[in-house]
Design a protein. Structure first.
Length: 373
């Protein structure tokens, strides 16, 4: 029996690709008779996340303060629950106490900022890492280059799976408040500097000059201080709406949601305009499953996620806002030209990112980690 402790740097099961993937794996383990629990951090939750704090408590998820402040909490949880595998997001490594030097640890690598990597590499060489899971060949090659060939046998490529939990309807009232007949251009992801939402705002403003009935929507945890900075940089006003959301120009920031599928079902185009890196964005896969058209900057591992025959149609050179606008306009005026491509892409994603396959691969990983037959 596997007794797995997941440690993520995300604040809830509904934010961050890695956190969601850990949650899906945990649910499969529990339904298969194994033990699994998750530690989430919540030190920087703001008021937009109160509903998720309640939801987490109701679902009996464990919340802790920043790991580095209270490592003894993790030690106690490991001992009390007879944990035999720690499954940790790579960014959380710098918080892991060295007391786990003898405990089998599986590291999940989805993507990482350059400034934290030196600290992570230092810790990796001090603790007993049995396996490092990455979600792409590009990620594996990057880790080989960073860590050295001695880590090669411990590197596993296991693709992310599709999140099947987006069938509720708690956002319907909000959706009904949107302007009728508008074309919805959406981005999914927390408000962070690397997400490139400055470009998103510019793209929406440019689209408004060509297609009047366009609304820009960004769904994800809100950082009001960063939004203020973005508004100032664009010489636009940051406005608060009656519903408690924020608006910059023609872009509305609606905060977190458990059910992005509700939005994607009525979205005309999903954009990914991240500046530096993206691993394998769940938002893009979910949009494809909803038969929503996607366009993305060619960053991180996204090129591996999309079949090469569709690269020219979907991927845009980073920071090329004019080309992004051109592609969106072409699609909105001629959506029927893209129907077969969208459906073909849906079939491809559904097969490639199977939750069943991912679970079986992780079981194999756990067995080999513990030498279980």
């Amino acid at each position: 029996m596997f007794r797995v402790l997941f440690i993520t740097v995300n604040e809830s099961p509904y934010s961050g690709g890695s956190g969601i993937q850990m949650e899906l794996l945990k649910r499969d383990l529990l339904s298969d008779g194994h033990f699994a629990m998750t530690l989430y951090r919540y030190d920087d939750l703001d008021q937009t996340s109160v509903i998720y704090r309640k939801k987490i408590k109701k679902d009996k998820f464990t919340l802790i303060e920043p790991f580095i402040q209270e490592p003894e909490i993790i030690e106690s949880i490991v001992s009390k629950n007879s944990i035999n595998i720690i499954y940790c997001h790579i960014n959380a490594l710098i918080y892991l106490p060295i007391i786990f030097k003898e405990k089998p640890i599986v590291i999940a690598y989805h993507g990482i900022s350059g400034e934290i990597m030196p600290k992570v590499l230092t810790v990796l060489k001090k603790i007993n890492v049995h396996a490092i899971v990455t979600i792409s060949d590009k990620g594996k090659n990057f880790l080989l280059k960073s860590l050295g060939r001695e880590f090669e046998r411990r590197l596993w490529v296991i693709l992310q799976s599709i999140d099947p939990r987006n069938e509720n309807t708690d956002d319907i009232n909000l959706i009904e408040q949107l302007p009728k007949h508008n074309k919805l251009i959406v981005a999914l992801g927390s408000v962070r500097r690397y997400k490139g939402y400055e470009d998103f705002i510019d793209i929406i403003e440019s689209l408004k000059t060509q297609i009047i009935n366009v609304s820009g929507i960004i769904i994800g945890k809100i950082d009001s201080i960063l939004l203020e900075e973005i508004a100032i940089s664009k010489n636009l006003e940051l406005k608060s709406t009656v519903e408690g959301f924020y608006a910059i120009g023609n872009t509305l920031f609606v905060g977190l949601t458990e059910t992005p599928m509700n939005w994607l079902k009525i979205t005309d185009v999903l954009l990914c305009v991240s500046k530096k890196y993206e691993a394998s964005p769940g938002a893009l896969k979910e949009a494809i499953l909803s038969e929503t058209k996607i366009f993305s900057y060619d960053v991180g591992f996204i090129g591996e996620m999309i079949p090469r025959k569709y690269h020219q149609n979907i991927l845009v050179e980073k920071f090329n806002k004019d080309l992004m606008v051109q592609k969106v306009v072409e699609y909105l005026y001629n959506p029927e030209d893209y129907i077969e491509q969208i459906r073909d892409l849906k079939r491809f994603i559904k097969d490639k990112y199977s939750q069943k396959r991912r679970y079986e691969q992780n079981l194999d990983l756990f067995k080999k980690t513990l030498n279980v037959c």
